[in-house]
Design a protein around this ligand. Structure first.
Ligand code: ZN
Length: 169
């Protein structure tokens, strides 16, 4: 009956170890997509049911299914067999939900975190994206679509390094 002692706090700890398949340095908590965790146990069940409620990032992003699978696997490996993933579409996820820790991890990984807020609706041409490697503001947009549709490709004019920018959304 060891499994009966799962706390919601423990599930949150496990989720901090579940990474985004697209940007593996980010956990699902860094991304801000986990809305709620509930643990329930009914009398005739011998293992608690864990429900994780997530809001997908970009609609149609193939990563969403992978994220749900990673969460399921992560909890399963920790001995939690009954995992229910619920998806909540409203309010829609925006890059504003990425935590400050998540933004710092992105930068350390060489990806420029989102500049400004999603509601600004700024065109890529109108914003300055600092180089994540050298910090220079002298960068130029190479392509509105980088390694994935969620990112844009930039190049730094100072250190000459190309880098992905995680687009505001
Ligand atoms: Zn640079």
């Amino acid at each position: 009956m060891v499994t009966n002692t799962i706390s919601e706090a423990y599930v949150w700890e496990l989720l901090a170890q579940v990474n985004d398949p697209e940007v593996p340095v980010l956990s699902v908590l860094d991304l801000g997509i986990v809305r709620a965790v509930t643990v329930s146990l009914t009398a005739n069940e011998n293992a608690p049911q864990v429900t994780v409620t997530i809001t997908p990032t970009y609609t149609g992003c193939p990563a969403t299914d992978l994220i749900a699978m990673n969460i399921r696997l992560g909890l399963l490996q920790a001995g939690i067999p009954k995992v229910n993933i619920q998806t909540v579409l409203s309010p829609a996820w925006t890059t504003d939900w990425i935590t400050p820790e998540g933004a710092a991890k992105l930068k350390a990984y060489g990806i420029a975190p989102p500049v400004g807020k999603s509601l600004d609706n700024a065109y890529l041409e109108d914003i300055t994206v600092p180089c994540p490697r050298c910090g220079s503001n002298d960068t130029q947009l190479l392509s509105a679509f980088g390694s994935t549709a969620c990112k844009a490709l930039y190049q730094c004019s100072d250190c000459k390094e190309p880098f992905d920018y995680f687009k505001c959304h």
